[in-house]
Design a protein around this ligand. Sequence first.
Ligand SMILES: [Zn+2]
Length: 388
Amino acid sequence: MKDIVITDPQILLDLVNELILCTFTFKNIRTMGSRSEAERFHSSGRFKKQSLQKCDIIKKGLLTADQVISILIHLSIIAPVGINSEGEEEYFLPCVLVHAPVSVLASTVAPGYSPLLITFKCGYTPRGVFSCLISSILCSREGQWVLASDKIYRNQVMFHLTEYGHYVLLKNCIKYLQVTITVCHGSTISDVPFPKIQEFLSQHLLIVITKLRYSAHKVGHSFGFHCTLEDHATSDPHIAQCIISIQNPHIKCTIGPSPMTASLTLEQAIWFKVSSKGQDKTNYSNTLRTSFDITHLSMVLRFLTKEHYDATTWQQLGLALGIYQPTLNKIESDARGKTEDCLRVCLSSWLRQEDNVKESGIPNWYTLAKALDSIGQRSIADLAYVKH
Ligand SMILES: [Zn+2]
């Protein structure tokens, strides 16, 4: 893959276009081998590698089907979804899917929890985020989120949590994403790992927003709920933001007739490791404390060595992590320029949160991934994101 340089991205756009077109005209099969194959692609966005053979870019020999698949996976345009009933590997291309009919969208919500809403600073779901989120989830190494059925829509996807048996419905409501849960047969709402689901989605949103090169400052996501504040009951349905601070997690609504704040209801607090009155603080702060300290040095070094990080770029990495240049200069002269030593001391400074590290982002997999990404070490960055 590293040997491929794509000078004209148009060929990739053409390929995706060609795939999309064959779902519109699936009755006069162009690319697909058979009608059932074409219909499966049309209804659930799933296709096989050999379906790519008839695409122009591969017929012309510009890229092989394997290369195309690796590139599209890397760009989160497609995701591998496992083996079909005939034992063939399938891939998922969310952007070919059709919108869910209105009747399908109207589902009832089980009592005991409030649907979680994911909002974005820009005020709407940024372009590409929903389909990339689905691909990112399906590509995740945990593999415990799988597509629940063949009924997949462009704006609505049901996942099956294989570990627990529950179902998670993700819906793109244009202005926000909505997360609803269906409890598996024989379980109750208290068996659902709500905070885990929320954290999992949050992690993948961070990955996707970074991958799509959106600025987290402009489009970053946050959580909210349909506003249920009493004084706001008469106005149009709207979203109240959830402010997740350790001291005082609460709901803040600025949209109704009079802006107001309130503590989380039990149905809302269930998504976070915090009680409705904020008493159970220990649990919650533990989840925030996933940051690294100096005891993580050998783990971080092992990771970088294993993934063939180019240690000669240690200064750039240090700067990206928030270490100042004078500190880096001192590290270099102290270590007499020995690259491995420089990297080790530089990472130690990062883990001890020296210089500007606190402001650049406390040490964890995410900040490491972001720094690696910013200095062009993309493939290692992706691996670090996955760990995050
Ligand atoms: Zn309100």
